[in-house]
Design a protein around this ligand. Structure first.
Ligand SMILES: NC(=O)c1ccc[n+]([C@@H]2O[C@H](COP(=O)([O-])OP(=O)(O)OC[C@H]3O[C@@H](n4cnc5c(N)ncnc54)[C@H](OP(=O)(O)O)[C@@H]3O)[C@@H](O)[C@H]2O)c1
Length: 298
């Protein structure tokens, strides 16, 4: 049987890792889509243009669609609700519809921000209650995905880091310039509990889950995957400093809730449903963040 995977958002932080993971496996035929960063390897498709999207999907005939593209910056979403809905919800509906027409399994990448963070850990049956417009748009995307076909899946993940094109590409690596700048006092959030998760680990989980799905139609519905280290942004900043022998004297902990769009306090995901199927070890934060940041130091 042919194994064809189409990956949206393949130029993004997570999509890039997913694309590379499938490309390493010669049993998969891979098509990566991008928008502003399309190029030789990634095909340019505006996902909000349903004709364009339909043409590409019908031509490629994927068995699996990993839908990773999204607007995922909560503070941007607060001010751009309409544009966000077009990408996070309406384009998701179009992807699922055309996916169903070619009999593809759709995996929608979602977020722990669908939860309010008051009652962790959250298992896959927990009822979402998003606190901000980003979380709401992703929850709408989840509902569209699962309503389109009961065969489809949702994978929720928390704050991500991985190899970056720029330090501000990830909410984790964006902290590093302040960590390096020991001459200036910096204040880091020490309130919301987070579980930084390494994109290449998620990519392995997704590739292995896709292989299982092609043999076993019981793979459907909601899954969670997450790193297992409970950290605030302050904790992450201190580990980054320690990795490079940088003093932490200039880093100050802020114990109040983060400003901007409201964030869940602790949206820890219970990953047991997925761990029972695909057991992928979690890369320790201190090792993988060192790998990611070494090209950015000094
Ligand atoms: N980053 C996190 O911490 C985090 C945490 C939890 C869940 N998630 C979820 O994980 C997924 C991946 O996030 P990410 O961090 O990899 O996002 P990202 O780095 O911001 O990448 C977004 C991707 O969406 C593509 N895109 C944007 N508008 C498009 C359009 N109109 N048509 C086609 N493609 C378009 C971008 O393409 P171009 O760049 O080529 O324009 C890019 O590949 C998202 O679903 C997000 O909600 C992320």
């Amino acid at each position: 049987m042919s194994k064809k995977v189409l990956i949206t958002g393949a130029s993004g932080l997570l999509g890039r890792a997913i694309y590379q993971e499938f490309k390493k496996d010669s049993t998969w035929d891979v098509l990566g889509l991008a928008f502003s960063r399309a190029g030789e390897q990634l095909k340019k498709v505006d996902l909000t243009n349903s004709d364009e999207l339909t043409r590409v999907v019908k031509e490629f005939q994927p068995n699996v669609i990993i839908h990773s593209a999204a607007e995922r910056r909560p503070d941007v979403v607060e001010n751009q609700a309409d544009a966000t809905k077009q990408l996070n919800v309406d384009a998701t509906r179009n992807i699922c519809n055309v996916g169903a027409s070619v009999n593809a399994w759709v995996l929608f990448i979602s977020t722990d921000y669908v939860f309010d963070g008051l009652n962790p850990p959250y298992d896959v049956n927990a009822v979402p209650n998003p606190l901000n417009k980003y979380g709401l748009s992703k929850y709408e995307g989840e509902k569209v995905t699962l309503a389109s076909s009961s065969e489809n899946s949702v994978l929720r993940v928390p704050i991500l880091y991985g190899p970056v094109e720029r330090l501000d590409e990830s909410a984790v690596t964006v902290l590093f310039p302040k960590v390096k700048n020991t001459g200036n006092k910096c204040v880091m959030s020490n309130y919301e509990r987070r579980y930084p998760t390494y994109c290449p680990d998620i990519a392995v989980v997704i590739r292995r889950l896709s292989d299982i799905r092609l043999k076993n139609n019981d793979v459907k519905g909601i899954y969670h995957w997450s790193g297992d280290e409970n950290m605030t942004k302050y904790d992450m900043a201190v580990v980054m400093a320690e990795c490079f022998g940088i003093s932490t004297n200039h880093i100050e902990a802020d114990n109040s809730a983060s400003p901007g769009a409201p964030r869940p306090y602790d949206s820890h995901l219970d990953t047991s449903r997925l761990d029972d199927l695909v057991l992928v070890p979690r890369s320790p934060f201190k090792d993988s963040i060192l790998k990611v940041l070494k090209d950015y130091y000094p």
